[in-house]
Design a protein around this ligand. Structure first.
Ligand code: ADP
Length: 259
């Protein structure tokens, strides 16, 4: 990222979408997709019209996490009909691909796919579109940022040093592109033993909060390592669909972002 990027062509953001929130991370496996699906569900439960775009071209996991493995239909060959799951309108590059196939795409093809998912999907009127970004600071993030498509970015990190180091790069990229930063989310912050209540800081402790303070960005949430969250994601019914402490945490996050 360098210089002062300016929007290069027509806006990417469809007019029928009021707000786009992009969820990024420095590296993979920190829970970015889990946070994206649960945030989308929690926003829908709060009464918003919500879309979820899985732009994680290299590891699209939203079809599995949202429990929609149907292929997306395009009756006229132009407009793609999104799927609806748990009250969320969703589209994933994974719904256009074989889940087992690895994607090795070059920049221009990525841009084509992104453009198609933004412009040719029949999203309808949306209050919020949540975009699950690929990890890191690649072409997808740059294009969305440079073309002013993102109203607010969230960066998810574990407290682990390497994850934090990469999260800082992701934040730096958004700052350079002048994308408004909504804040950091610390995921897998602590493991509380279900039998004895002992707290284990498996990935470290306090690093994300310290980073948020150092960079002057809000710490939006601190989410524990939670077996039910993982099981719910694998089962295609995000934890935020139900009741309990994790659903409450996502509801609070959604409420905070609405206000
Ligand atoms: P990313 O999108 O950053 O690659 P995922 O959301 O796919 O990460 O999460 C990676 C794995 O960790 C998944 O199996 C997911 O269910 C699990 N996971 C994510 N967040 C949590 C959590 N808070 N507690 C337990 N498991 C989690």
């Amino acid at each position: 990222v360098g210089g002062h990027p300016k929007p290069q062509t027509a806006p990417l953001k469809p007019q029928s979408i009021k707000k786009i929130i992009a969820v990024g991370s420095g590296k993979g496996g920190v829970g970015k997709s889990t946070v994206s699906s649960n945030l989308a569900v929690a926003l829908a439960r709060a009464g918003k019209k919500v879309g979820l775009l899985d732009a994680d071209i290299y590891g699209p996991s939203q079809p599995r996490m949202m429990g929609t493995t149907k292929r997306a239909a395009s009756p006229d060959g132009k407009i793609i009909e999104p799927l609806v799951a748990h009250g969320v309108t969703m589209m994933s590059i994974g719904l256009m691909l074989d889940e087992a196939k690895a994607v090795v795409w070059r920049g221009p093809m990525l841009m084509g796919a992104l453009q198609q998912m933004m412009g040719q999907v029949n999203w309808g009127e949306l209050d919020v579109l949540v975009i699950d970004l690929p990890p890191g600071t690649g072409d997808i993030q740059l294009t969305l940022g440079q073309r002013g498509a993102v109203d607010g970015a969230i960066v998810v990190s574990t407290p682990q040093d390497v994850a934090l180091l990469d999260a800082r790069k992701a934040l730096d990229m958004f700052m350079t592109m002048k994308t408004p930063i909504l804040g950091l989310i610390e995921n897998m912050s602590v493991f509380v033993c279900p039998s004895c209540g002992h707290e284990a800081h498996i990935f470290g402790h306090g690093g994300v909060a310290a980073e948020a303070t150092a960079l002057g960005v809000p710490l939006l949430a601190s989410l524990p390592i939670d077996l039910e969250t993982r099981l719910a994601g694998d089962a295609g019914t995000p934890i935020a669909v139900g009741q309990g402490a994790m659903a409450d945490a996502y509801a609070a996050l959604a409420q905070h972002l609405i206000e």
